[in-house]
Design a protein around this ligand. Structure first.
Ligand SMILES: [Zn+2]
Length: 375
């Protein structure tokens, strides 16, 4: 079955299964994040004019809506996985880009309307987020999801399917265990000790140590915060069919994007060889997150090579005559570089010769300059 995974998001499809576009639809309206890290699934509405000033209305009606409509869930997924949770400024920025607003900034926690002050508070670049609103509970919740998402993105298609199966098994085992306990308690016998199915689940699925079994299960069995999501099947005026999956939760949208990518695309998650940051790899065999990192890696490697080359040249010079006999200088030097670096650095004898003569020429020029200046 041919599938096409699109790179852009917004209102366009995340995936096209022959003729059917699959769209994740998240309301282009902010979602409140509570101080305990949970999502408030109720979306507040704005009071009618003239309570709000025109600039504030504009902010809501065009700027915010437009920004939220164009959220790219794959990009948000990547930036969450790479997010440094010790940097509150960065966390605030991520939360705003995902479409969260801080409940702590609202004048009335469970009101159905934004008050005038609420609107004034969130009508800005960071949607009202300030580092002090990022509570330890919010950090803990983000960490839970970040770690599980990072792990899921690194799994192959088969491993991913197997992990989903194991999550379903875990859910059954847990229910069965609760039934047995209940029976024991009702019969007055409480000596029974059963193994915690979460331990077996974490070991079998090879979920990373320290991740929370419940979050792992929910991300595999469901989409992150929901067990299942409903979808609408409809068609455009041009007759093209569309499946729209609705959710108001940014975390769910990210969880869903993982299921879509793990099942239908060849995307995978790579960790940059230079800076250790992860990113989506859509094609090829690139090991770097950016051109800068590739350049930095190559420069470092070149420096290491030159250093070993110079060292090997000295070693050659110190070699007694009888040991040099029958050996070719450049071949011996490049073989030594390869041996000392344990095969990490490959040097061609002709390259070695060229580089070393360039270095020598540069040194000589410098010496000449110094003598000229001294005169
Ligand atoms: Zn990098």
């Amino acid at each position: 079955m041919a599938t096409r995974v699109q790179h852009d998001y917004g209102v366009s499809a995340i995936l096209t299964v022959p003729n059917v576009r699959v769209v994740i639809h998240v309301a282009d309206w902010p979602m409140e994040l509570m101080v305990d890290g949970g999502e408030e699934n109720f979306l507040r509405v704005i009071p009618e004019a003239p309570v709000l000033s025109q600039p504030h209305l504009d902010f809501f009606e065009s700027i915010l809506r437009d920004r939220l409509r164009h959220r790219d869930w794959r990009q948000l997924r990547g930036s969450l996985i790479n997010l440094d949770l010790d940097q509150m400024e960065l966390v605030s920025k991520w939360l705003a880009s995902a479409g969260y607003i801080p409940q702590a900034a609202m004048s009335e926690p469970s009101a159905r309307y934004f008050s005038r002050e609420d609107v004034a508070n969130i009508a800005n670049e960071t949607l009202g987020w300030k580092p002090e609103y990022v509570t330890p509970a919010i950090i803990a919740s983000l960490k839970k999801y970040r770690d599980v998402f990072a792990w899921l993105m690194g799994l192959g298609q088969q491993q991913f399917r197997r992990a989903v199966e194991q999550a379903f098994e875990f859910d059954d085992d847990r229910r069965e265990r609760n039934r047995i306990y209940l029976r024991e308690i009702l019969s007055g016998d409480t000596r029974l000790k059963l193994k915690d199915p979460a331990i077996a689940f974490m070991a079998e699925s090879k979920a990373p140590a320290g991740t929370d079994p419940e979050t792992v299960r929910l991300c595999l069995q469901g989409t992150g915060t929901a067990q299942a999501l409903s979808a609408r099947f409809w068609w455009h005026s041009d007759g093209k069919p569309i499946v729209t999956i609705d959710t108001n939760s940014p975390l769910n949208a990210i969880g869903l994007s993982i299921h879509i990518d793990r099942n239908f695309s060849r995307r995978n998650w790579i960790v940059c060889d230079t800076c250790g940051k992860g990113r989506d790899r859509t094609r090829g065999r690139d090991r770097f997150c950016s051109a800068r990192c590739r350049h930095r890696f190559n420069t470092t490697k070149r420096r290491e090579k030159i250093k070993l080359l110079l060292e090997s040249e000295r070693a050659w010079a110190e070699l007694p005559e009888w040991k040099r006999r029958g050996k070719e200088r450049w071949r011996w030097i490049s073989a030594r570089v390869e041996r000392v670096s344990r095969g990490n650095l490959n040097v061609d004898p002709s390259w070695a010769k060229r580089e070393l003569s360039k270095i020598k020429a540069r040194k000589q020029n410098r010496r000449r300059d110094v003598t000229r200046k001294a005169q």
